[in-house]
Design a binder for this molecule. Structure first.
Ligand SMILES: Nc1ncnc2c1ncn2[C@@H]1O[C@H](COP(=O)(O)OP(=O)(O)OP(=O)(O)O)[C@@H](O)[C@H]1O
Length: 268
């Protein structure tokens, strides 16, 4: 099967005045649909640069980055924005939620770009928030939530539009160990549910235990690329915290109709 992500001969050199920084020397990488891949490396190894190239956020000096067969390094800004809206979700270290918006509005946002009607957007966003264990926080704004809760909103937002690929850049960098584990379990479970591809960039080897595969990067080069032998098995349905907190409808199953959800909220 054709890989969903293909990186070919990718190189990135930054120039600051007369100085040259080779952030990526030469990267060749293929990631299959449904794979959970961890890109692991120390600070300055080039992880974020690689992720930025994959997401089309920066142009490489040389080489290609194909997502679903489309070379994102060659797309215009307008086409790139459209491509990302349809195919890619992002989870950020600092959550990047819109401070003035509620959890519900933040999660519904990617659906706005897809032209989904308001009623359907809200219905799907509510279902996602329930699925991440935040059914009772939908009208909270980011500052009214803990870091772990904000990242759950970030995860709900990344997955709500069912993108083929989700990129997560140090997704647990601001969280304590317990919350890190919960957030990682949730994110991987979400990706597995719909056979989505998840690429996690981190410096933390403890995160990599959740991945199918660990790609280690040093000085802008892949120095090892191995299947993860000590993978953490996915939790049984109903066993995780999100489920405990009320995810009865299950992930991405926006089956409850809008009126029923609204009626419930009116009671709360
Ligand atoms: N915009 C830029 N201009 C110049 N040099 C840059 C730029 N972005 C990154 N670099 C350099 O490229 C190298 C790789 O940086 P990168 O941010 O990809 O590393 P990283 O592995 O993500 O590190 P960290 O975990 O600390 O974020 C570093 O030496 C960095 O200083």
């Amino acid at each position: 099967m054709k890989p969903i992500i293909e990186v070919k001969n990718l190189r990135k050199v930054y120039r600051i005045g007369t100085e040259k920084v080779v952030a990526l020397q030469k990267i060749d990488l293929e990631i299959q649909k449904g794979e959970v891949c961890c890109i692991l490396g120390t600070s300055g190894s080039g992880k974020s640069t690689l992720l930025n190239m994959l997401a089309g956020l920066e142009k490489p000096t040389r080489g290609q980055a194909l997502l679903s067969g489309v070379d994102v390094t060659q797309l215009s800004e307008r086409k790139l924005a459209k491509f990302r809206q349809r195919n890619v979700g992002f989870v950020f270290q600092s959550y990047n939620l819109m401070g003035g918006l509620t959890a519900l509005e933040n999660v519904a946002m990617p659906l706005t770009y897809q032209g989904v009607s308001r009623a359907k957007r809200n219905k799907r966003a509510r279902a996602m928030l329930k699925a991440v264990g935040l059914g009772n926080r939908i009208y909270h704004k980011p500052t009214q939530m803990s870091g772990g809760q904000q990242q759950r909103v970030g995860i709900a937002r990344a997955f709500v539009a069912k993108p083929k690929i989700v990129f997560a850049d140090e997704p647990t960098g601001n969280l304590d160990t317990k919350t890190t584990m919960e957030v990682m379990e949730l994110m991987v479970k979400m990706a597995r549910k719909n056979n989505q591809t998840l690429v996690i960039v981190t410096h933390d080897p403890e995160i990599s235990v959740f991945a199918d595969r660990i790609v280690h990067i040093t000085d802008g080069l892949i120095d090892s690329d191995k299947p993860n032998v000590s993978i953490v098995p996915p939790l049984a349905e109903g066993d995780d915290q999100a489920a405990k907190q009320g995810s009865e409808s299950g992930l991405l199953q926006a089956t409850a109709d809008t009126e029923a959800i609204q009626a419930k909220e009116n009671v709360q």
